[in-house]
Design a protein around this ligand. Structure first.
Ligand code: GAR
Length: 203
């Protein structure tokens, strides 16, 4: 068995998606493990979840740097120090630079609460409600230089119910989103470990 994929997870908020990965990783045979959690702000429940799981954490505040490029380089150094196989933006509300994406040396995934390419950006659930769509959902995609534009790795649909608010709809989306993220990460880790790849066990 190859070693589990090393996940560095970036969060900005409550971290329920992170928790889904932590729970999955505690199951025998799940092919990935969270090795560190980073945030762009102090005092998040996401980082508290990592502390409770005994994981290393780091916080890089944009306000703690003279400019965005300096913050981005510092975040890159922090992430690289944990030698990830995959970086996961799980409710991470900052855009990283192409230099960051080149520098991490592995793919970065993001999970987003809409059916991309519809409703990119920071208010996806609000925007879907305002547009009056009957169905929305969540997307896990590979991060590229654009805003929520990278190749889609998985999507899950969630119907909008009469009377839904941003909160009720987002909670139902996140229930499906957590399952989707766990399955997409499982698929990536398994594919990387398959015969013919560099992570295949050596005989
Ligand atoms: C998730 O719905 C995630 O898709 C969204 O923040 C939520 C985080 O939930 N991310 C974005 O909107 C990024 N554009 P969590 O903090 O409970 O894991």
């Amino acid at each position: 068995m190859p070693a589990p994929h090393r996940l560095v997870v970036l969060v900005s908020g409550t971290g329920t998606l992170l928790q889904a990965l932590l729970d999955a990783a505690s199951e025998p045979g799940y092919p990935a493990a969270v090795v560190a959690v980073g945030a762009d702000r102090p005092g998040t429940e996401g980082v508290e979840r990592a502390h409770r799981a005994g994981l290393p954490t780091f916080v890089e505040r944009l306000a703690g740097h003279p400019d965005r490029a300096s913050w981005d380089r510092a975040l890159l150094d922090r992430v690289r120090s944990h030698a990830p196989d995959v970086v996961v933006g799980a409710g991470f509300m900052k855009v990283v630079s192409p230099e960051f994406l080149d520098g991490i040396g592995c793919p970065m995934l993001n999970t987003h609460p809409s059916l991309l390419p519809d409703f990119p950006g920071a208010h996806a659930v609000r925007d879907a409600l305002a547009a009056g769509v009957a169905v929305t959902g969540a997307t896990v995609h590979r991060v590229d230089a654009g805003l929520d534009t990278g190749p889609v790795l998985g999507r899950t649909e969630v119907p909008v119910r009469p009377g839904d608010t941003e909160t009720t709809l987002h909670e139902r989306i996140k229930t499906e989103e957590r399952r989707l993220l766990v399955e997409v990460v499982r698929g990536i880790a398994r594919a990387d470990a398959a015969p013919g790849t560099s992570r295949q066990p050596q005989t």
